[in-house]
Design a binder for this molecule. Structure first.
Ligand code: GRG
Length: 308
């Protein structure tokens, strides 16, 4: 074998096909979500919950949960109920975020928002139903995991959702609306809570299910915090640069609402650079895991490369 063949071969071996990986994981997650929530009486609420839960989306949170569980030596089966619960929580937060009392959006994931189809009353209840069901689903459906780990998962999910997580971030976001001067500290608080908290819970819960050590958990937590903030910076950039078709929701909303965003503080180019720096820091946290961390490394790169 000549040197160039060898070089090509080792490049091939090193290559990780993220698109194929994401496609395969999305299919598994979609099927599990579909099975998780059958329609029973009263049908209307189950249909409303399923409408948003099965409306597509990247399924990034469940995929991260499955990936970290496997990284630490666990199985997809162990993590799937938690992965589904993370998507139920994420979906309920989107339903409530889209309500007229919050962001007042008509489109989400390329479809009419839940309240546009079912009305505000049912949309609120569909969100509440999904939130409660997420915890029930983890508790009832998780198999082959010691109870002490399961209890930690319940605590992690509760913290990520409540005032120390999504709810707290949303409150400060609402308070900051219309204010011309929002400092970087406040902006970071909002997004560390609204966006990064659930991504962190996705990464840590998967690894805890598999019995992660304290040292590895710390590395994975740092990885998640970095990609969480990078994800939001890119989200703010895409709100300016992407189309409604690409986003599946109204584009340019932040500018019109005069919302403080990373591009409004740093400008577009600096925001893109800051996101890159965070992704590099995230990947550096994975150095000790070797080749097993390839999916998490590729997902970190995907965060800055994504177009929706
Ligand atoms: C959690 C009890 C409770 C209430 C909700 C409304 C609210 C409190 C919080 C807002 C949370 C929120 C909407 C954060 C934005 C997070 C974000 C970046 C969403 C977009 O995530 P993607 O791009 O979406 O992963 P897809 O559709 O691909 O899943």
């Amino acid at each position: 074998m000549v040197l160039s063949d060898k070089r090509q071969m080792s490049q091939k071996e090193r290559h990780f096909d993220l698109a194929a990986y994401l496609q395969e994981r999305q299919t598994l997650v979609e099927a599990a979500l579909d099975r998780s929530l059958p329609v029973i009486y009263p049908e209307k609420i189950y249909e409303a919950m399923r409408y948003s839960l099965l409306a597509g989306g990247k399924r990034l949170r469940p995929i991260l949960c499955l990936a970290t569980c496997e990284l630490i030596g666990g199985t997809i089966e162990m993590a799937m109920p938690t992965a589904c619960a993370l998507e139920m929580i994420h979906t309920m937060s989107l339903i409530h975020d889209d309500l007229p009392a919050m962001d007042n959006d008509d489109y989400r994931r390329g479809k009419l928002t839940n309240h546009k189809v079912y009305g505000e009353d049912i949309a609120i209840l569909a969100g509440d139903g999904l939130l409660a069901y997420a915890f029930e689903h983890v508790a009832i459906e998780t198999k082959d995991v010691p109870y002490d780990r399961l209890l930690r998962i319940v605590a992690i999910l509760g913290r990520a959702v409540g005032a120390a997580g999504l709810v707290g971030g949303q409150v400060v976001d609402l308070e900051s609306e219309g204010k011309t001067e929002v400092c970087l500290e406040t902006l970071n608080f909002i997004h560390n809570h609204k966006t990064a908290a659930l991504l962190e819970a996705s990464v840590t819960s998967g690894s805890i299910l598999a019995g992660v050590s304290d040292a590895d958990l710390q590395r994975l937590t740092h990885y998640a915090q970095h990609i969480g903030l990078a994800f939001q910076i890119v989200d703010d950039v895409l709100d300016i640069t992407a189309t409604q078709e690409e986003l599946g929701k109204t584009a340019g909303k932040d500018l019109r609402a005069q919302k403080a965003t990373y591009p409004s503080v740093w400008g577009l180019e600096e925001s893109k650079q800051q996101a890159q720096v965070l992704v590099q820091k995230a990947k550096a946290e994975l150095a000790g895991f070797g080749d097993r961390a390839k999916p998490l490394i590729a997902i970190a790169d995907f965060i800055t490369a994504r177009t929706h």
